[in-house]
Design a protein around this ligand. Structure first.
Ligand code: PLP
Length: 436
């Protein structure tokens, strides 16, 4: 029988402590300016990453801004992925860099080392790699390429806390690494980021610039908390069984307002030439206390996601036409989601909803093709294909093995039905003309 109560496509890693700490901050904590808990959190992170510096900042993207600004000369090129949030590209521009988009490796969805090698020239100031979906981005190989030309490598680790490559944590392979502590990530403190580095010059720039950062974080954190409450309630085991039939109905009947409101959107771009004031905010003690508590859970959660990722791989590896992330036996892939690529992803999603499943499509776009970054256009066919084909299969820790198995069964059913529909002898010549 059709199960109309699947687990939701996504659940946050927030917990009761995330809310009570926020409440404490609103009710008086914002007047207490102690840095003690931030220092404790930074100390824990330094120990974890065995790094000289770990410094909390208001957002990962602001950490990226600091890193680029510290490491390049104004006007230099920064080789980077076009398949990221627009604001990361903005940060490179605000920091004085000129983005140069490198195409992706189709399997990892990260920039290809060969592209980096090809794009480095005398005006390259830095290479910014992104470890997307919890998949390490050939960091050692790219670092070697950078070292040959004496170019610093920055790691955008927003989606990859806990990922390791060749036994080394991401964020410690290049010159600087930055994690996101935003609420959708796996070490969430509502907002925030942490910069990991060995370099004194990066640390000095952060200290110098952030002295002038005084925008109150409260309105921005409150907006996250509001959205977190909504998300946590709607996806809770109490309410989701009532919510899902509405989601399913609107998907099957194409009710645009509901469908649109439940999709994560690519972020709006900020039109500016230097860092706008809204980013000049700071990290707070209550967030650090949440981080300290979240650190206790993070590794167990990663283990669970790796288990689910491997189940998806085993279940889907023989289906023709799918592109799966690579299977690895170490921690170089931790599956923040299981990123599956397939043709006609909207049709697959519709089928999954018909069969009572809840999944999401990838919401990043290929920024190399957008009007916003027209002046940096570069043909990146793999990034375009990834943006068109990516589906997120859930791997969050409270998701059940049964749900993973169900997703696999339904995807297999979809492809076996499709295979029957498109057997060459069944296609009439007229149809070939129309579809061609
Ligand atoms: C790949 C990537 N880089 C950077 C960021 C920015 O993180 P933050 O929101 O903490 O600035 C994100 C956020 O979603 C991201 O996915």
């Amino acid at each position: 029988m059709l199960n109309l109560s699947p687990s939701p496509r996504n659940r946050l890693y927030t917990d009761l402590n995330s809310y009570t700490e926020f409440l404490g901050y609103v009710l008086g904590g914002k007047f207490i300016n102690s840095k003690k808990d931030i220092e404790r959190f930074e100390h824990e992170l330094r120990v974890r990453f065995n790094s000289r510096y770990a410094v909390c900042v208001s957002q990962c993207r602001v950490g990226i801004y600091f890193a680029v600004k510290a490491l390049i000369k104004p006007g230099q090129e920064v080789i980077m992925s076009p398949y990221t949030i627009a604001d990361v590209i903005n940060m490179v521009i605000f920091a004085g860099g000129r983005p140069v988009f490198a195409d992706l490796d189709r399997e990892t969805c990260n920039i290809a080392a060969t592209e980096v090698e090809h794009l480095i020239n005398a005006n390259t100031g830095a290479v910014l790699i992104t470890h997307l979906h919890g998949v390490a981005a050939e960091a050692h190989r790219i670092k070697e390429i950078c070292d040959r030309s004496n170019i610093p490598m920055i790691e955008d680790c927003a989606q990859s806390f806990g990922v390791e490559e060749q036994g080394k944590p991401v964020a410690t392979i290049g010159d600087v690494g930055i994690f996101s502590l935003e609420m959708h990530k796996n070490l969430p403190t509502w907002r925030g980021g942490v910069v990991i580095t060995e370099r004194d010059d990066v640390m000095e720039l952060i200290e110098k610039e952030s002295k002038n950062f005084s925008t109150s974080p409260l309105p921005l954190i409150s907006a996250k908390v509001k959205s977190g409450i909504k998300h946590d309630l709607v996806t809770s085991p109490v309410f989701f069984p009532f919510v899902y039939p509405i989601l399913r109905y609107s998907m099957l009947k194409d009710v645009e307002v509901i469908n649109k409101s439940t999709q994560r959107k690519p972020q709006e771009s900020q039109a500016a030439s230097e860092l706008p004031d809204v980013y000049k905010s700071y990290y707070t003690s209550f967030q650090a206390r949440i981080g300290l508590s979240q650190l206790k859970e993070v590794d167990a959660n990663i283990e669970k996601r790796i288990e689910y990722g491997r189940m998806y791989h085993e279940g889907l590896k023989d289906i023709e036409g799918l592109i799966l992330p690579p299977l690895r036996s170490d921690k170089s892939i931790t599956y923040l989601w299981y990123p599956l690529q397939c043709p006609d992803r909207e049709v697959l999603r519709l089928f999954m909803f018909e069969q009572g499943r809840d999944i999401a499509l990838g919401h990043f776009i290929n920024n190399a093709d957008t009007a916003t970054f027209e002046q940096y256009y570069r043909d990146c066919p793999n990034a375009r294909a990834v943006a068109d084909g990516l589906v997120y299969l859930p791997t969050y820790p409270s998701y059940s093995r049964r749900d993973v198995e169900k997703n696999i069964e339904v995807i297999k059913l979809y492809f076996s039905t499709q295979a029957k529909q498109v057997k060459p002898q069944e296609v009439k010549p007229q149809e070939v003309l129309v579809s061609g």
